[in-house]
Design a protein around this ligand. Structure first.
Ligand code: G6P
Ligand code: BGC
Ligand code: BGC
Length: 923
């Protein structure tokens, strides 16, 4: 049945006629024959030139060089490894295009390394010509129909079938299950398919057919199926060669050499699509008049020139054109022809294979020619065999030159002098054509002598290989589903964010009224932002962020800052309060000495970034520690007092502590000095928090109804009353449980730098336990707390960082990963940081809307002073916060000002304002 038929040749028309000259004499006839057969002779030099030119085109295309357009496409296939043999499961395989006018459906059972081999069950269906040349939808409906006809007779369930689609045409793949047809070849020319995703077209057809629920999980080129299906011998096949109706090859290229792929490690299978090779310089000399005639009369003139000299769809036609030519020239069949001989596609590959096969014998050739309506003489039979041999030998040699180019490319890519490689071969020209493979192998050895090549005939035409790829794709698809399920709770929609905004708004009002609320809304006694008249030198301390800083702030018409960073060892942060404050005073003294300020008692502003109930500008009762601090005997104490006592303990030091401010307030003041519209302070660093200027009339517990006061919201604790439970995930719970303040700072633990890395680590642990990541190998390092720093998120998510660098960061952590792993880790980081930024944005939206309504404004323009490592360093955090605020508070125009000098400057300005006001009251 499956003759490599005449599909692809325009039917019935008379072939181009050659000028008839009188019947030649015997000497003329043999010359005519020689001249004819000579055309098909290809010299070693010509083959080497084809090999070199094809190699050149391959490397051009790999480099992504667009012009001149490379003669071959070199299409990445998203198959990154040869089979492990561990693949298991039952798969449906649909093969379209490999064998011309037929498609094949297979049921393949993979049994992994342990199980015994199960022979695939298959059925072939002839594709009507009008379907091959008709509307694309018709072709895919035909395929869906064949699928269900095949499955109807298989003892299988109708549900959850996984299908691998072997689609043997040039396609741009953008995933294992996404592939766009570039152009039809081999007698196909359905409309409405080129430029389309053929997987989607098949899915739509299966859906329309509705008989089976089939999941198309992978699309594969037939050469890839052939390579992946090769039985695991001494070494896996790394080249797949197909010569059937068409011809092509694929091979495992070093990923770093494929420019379009952002990869620097591993290998990727590349489909060469050498059928389109048409370098005139190399091919011109070997193209015969018969090749030009065939191409001219084909469905796609000018395209697939190389394929038209090798593919089984064309070999029979080339032989027919030569025989018709010789017959007309009176050299063959006594100058007689027949309608069949003059009809395109009447001589099939099977005919050529038989006629050329010495074992077939003259009688068989005679019979075939008679079937074509010819009455051959004995010499005709022999001559016909020569013509078949000439056409097929050239095809095999040209194919060998192309394969030799692929082998040279493998050598170059792997910088190897010699190469040992196994080539899987498939297709009926290889399988059925007696001499094709031996000529191919012999010529390859001549053209690539330094390559030790073993040829492994494909056992089942690649069906098993397609199932292997489908198994890998199914595993990756399952992993992707598990990843999506795991990350889904982190993907907050508009309603969820609006609910957080509303929740926060309610908590703000309750907090301001002094009612029970997870937002303490602490008055800060800062009534105004600086007005620029402040003057003097001030000391400032900045405690609570990543670094502890001591600053000298000189306020004149501008602000000059001299500062020094000191470390706060964990033992001090979690030691005794006395030890902590003595350490602080030590740093101050050290700073004063270095700045030549010893003995001077400058007014000091203390940025203390923890929740304090302030009783005045210089009185702040620490409510509770956060962010990993836990010094004893401090909570419930006035920290200004604790500092003064430490100063007292350290005799000979005089310091005038004037103000204690929260880092949010310091940041607002610092930015307010430049932009008076700055009435909100936001910190997204180790911890997170916000403050803003509230109407005094709304602040219970502080006398006065006019004017405003800055309120420290302490929004880190938002949700400590369970109001965020609907958003909290098991990973948040794990991070909270493991923290030194479980149940506390729930909002902070979903947003800030101290926790995001840990959330990611817990998600990676979970995905590893599901086998989705790192091949399910739990590594010691991933079990280590805080090993996945939040700064890794900023680095991994940076656009300029290619996947390879993502891998480098993770490998430094000792994580054995594949590119898919790196991609998934990137997605986990993106999901966690996106949620953090959106929650932060919902918080800011609640604040700006509160201010707008406080002031009864239609529209509010306000600025927010921001500081904090996460906000400043993460590549997308700030833009995501701004986008969320625009979405949730469209009537507010919010400008985010990144604080340059930190909140120490703000503390000094608060101190300066206090001193100026104190001055005023004294005069
Ligand atoms: C700046 C401010 C500090 C603030 C810190 C927060 O450094 O000066 O007052 O605490 O930012 O960010 P961080 O990432 O250091 O926690
Ligand atoms: C197609 C290739 C295919 C080859 C062998 C060519 O016409 O372009 O994609 O691999 O035929 O079937
Ligand atoms: C503290 C706040 C501080 C924020 C940012 C939180 O843990 O409770 O007072 O503003 O971190 O540093």
């Amino acid at each position: 049945m499956d003759s490599i038929g005449s599909a692809g040749l325009r039917q019935g028309e008379e072939a181009l006629s050659y000028p008839e000259e009188g019947l030649p004499g015997p000497s003329d006839s043999s010359e005519l024959v020689q001249e004819c057969l000579q055309q098909f002779k290809v010299t070693g030099a010509q083959l080497q030139q084809i090999q070199a030119s094809l190699l050149g085109s391959m490397e051009q295309a790999l480099r992504g060089q667009a012009s001149p357009a490379p003669a071959v496409r070199m299409l990445p296939t998203y198959v990154g490894s040869t089979p492990h043999g561990t693949e298991q499961g039952d798969f449906v395989v649909l093969e379209l295009g490999a064998t011309g006018a037929s498609l094949r459906v297979l049921w393949v059972t993979l049994t992994g390394t342990e199980g015994h081999r199960v022979e695939p069950r298959s059925q072939e269906f002839v594709i009507p010509q009008e379907v091959m040349l008709g509307a694309g939808q018709q072709l895919f409906d035909f395929a869906a129909h064949c699928l269900s006809e095949f499955l109807d007779v298989q003892p299988v369930s109708k549900q959850g079938l996984q299908l691998g689609f072997s689609f043997s045409f040039p396609c741009h793949q953008t995933g294992l299950d996404r592939s766009t047809l570039i152009s039809w070849t081999k007698g196909f020319r359905c409309s409405g398919v080129e430029g389309q995703d053929v997987v989607q077209l098949l899915r739509d057809a299966i859906q329309r057919h509705g008989a089976y629920n089939i999941d198309v999980v992978a699309v594969v080129n037939d050469t890839v199926g052939t390579m992946m299906g090769c039985e695991l011998g001494a070494r896996p096949c790394e080249v797949g060669l197909v010569v059937d109706t068409g011809t092509n090859a694929c091979y495992m290229e070093e990923a770093r050499h494929v420019a379009v792929l952002d990869e620097d490690r591993g290998r990727v299978c590349v489909s060469v699509e050498w059928g389109s090779f048409s370098d005139v310089g190399a091919l011109g000399p070997v193209l015969t008049t018969f090749d030009h005639t065939l191409d001219h009369e084909s469905l796609n003139p000018g395209a697939q020139r190389f394929e038209k000299m090798i593919g089984g769809l064309y070999l029979g036609e080339l032989v027919r054109l030569v025989l018709a030519h010789l017959a007309r020239r009176g050299v063959l069949f006594g100058g007689g022809t027949s309608p069949a001989l003059l009809s395109r596609g009447s001589i099939l590959l099977e005919h050529v294979a038989e006629m050329e096969d010495p074992s077939a014998g003259a009688a068989r050739v005679h019979a075939i020619l008679q079937d074509l309506g010819l009455s051959p003489g004995a010499s005709d039979v022999e001559l016909v065999q020569h013509v078949c041999a000439a056409v097929c030998t050239r095809a095999a040699q040209l194919c060998a030159a192309a394969l030799a180019a692929v082998l040279s490319r493998l050598q170059h890519g792997r910088e190897q002098q010699t190469l040992q490689v196994a080539v899987a071969t498939g297709g009926r020209v290889c399988e059925r054509h007696p001499r094709f493979c031996s000529i191919l192998q012999g010529t390859v050895m001549l053209l690539a002598p330094e390559c030790d090549v073993s040829f492994i005939p494909s056992a089942d035409g690649g069906g098993r290989g397609v199932a292997m790829v489908t198994a890998v794709a199914a595993r990756l698809a399952a992993h992707r589903r598990l990843l999506e399920e795991t990350l889904a709770p982190f993907r907050l929609n508009h309603d969820q964010l609006a609910a957080v905004q509303a929740q926060m708004r309610k908590a703000m009002v309750k907090g301001l009224r002094g009612e029970a609320s997870s937002l303490r809304m602490l008055p800060t006694f800062v009534r105004a932002t600086p007005d620029g008249s402040e003057r003097g030198d001030f000391l400032a301390l900045d405690l609570g962020g990543t670094n502890f800083r001591v600053l000298l702030v000189r306020v004149t018409t501008g602000v000059q800052i001299t500062s020094q960073i000191y470390s706060i060892p964990e033992s001090v942060a979690q030691g005794s309060g006395q030890q902590l404050f003595d350490h602080i005073v030590d740093c101050i003294v050290d700073f004063q000495q270095k700045q030549g300020l010893s003995g001077q008692s400058l007014p000091l502003g203390f940025t203390f970034s923890f929740p304090c109930r302030q009783l005045g500008l210089d009185q702040g009762i620490l409510l509770n520690w956060t962010k990993g601090f836990n010094a004893s005997d401090c909570e419930g104490q006035d920290v200004v007092n604790l500092l003064r006592e430490a100063i007292t303990r350290r005799q000979a030091v005089e310091l005038n502590v004037v103000a204690i401010v929260n880092d949010t307030v310091g940041t607002m003041m610092s930015c307010g000095y430049e932009d008076p519209r700055c009435e909100i302070g936001l910190i997204v660093g180790t911890g997170t928090n916000a403050c803003y200027m509230e109407e005094l009339r709304n602040v219970a517990g502080v006398p006065g109804d006019s004017g405003r006061m800055c309120i420290n919201m302490e929004w880190g604790a938002f949700g400590d009353d369970g109001s965020l439970a609907m958003l909290s995930t098991c990973f948040d719970a794990s991070v909270d449980q493991a923290s030194i303040n479980p149940g506390k700072q729930r909002f902070e633990k979903m947003i800030s730098g101290m926790y995001l890395g840990e959330i990611v680590r817990h998600i990676l642990l979970h995905l590893t336990s599901l086998g989705v990541l790192f091949r399910g190998q739990q590594t010691q390092c991933l079990q280590t707390r805080d090993i996945f720093k939040t700064k890794f998120l900023s680095e991994i998510e940076s656009d300029s960082l290619a996947l390879r660098q993502v891998r480098a960061i993770l490998e430094d952590l000792g994580l054995p990963l594949t590119s898919d792993d790196a991609l998934m880790v990137l997605e986990v980081c993106q999901a966690v940081s996106q949620r953090a930024a959106q929650l932060c944005g919902a918080g800011v939206a609640a604040v700006v809307e509160k201010i707008r309504e406080n002031r009864g404004l239609e529209e509010l323009a306000v600025s927010v002073g921001v500081d904090g490592t996460l906000y400043k360093l993460h590549p997308h955090f700030s833009s995501l916060v701004a986008a969320t605020v625009r979405e949730l508070a469209p009537r507010c125009v919010v400008t985010f000002l990144q604080s340059e000098d930190g909140s120490g400057k703000g503390a000094a300005l608060v101190t300066a304002v206090a001193c100026r006001l104190a001055q005023l009251t004294r005069v």
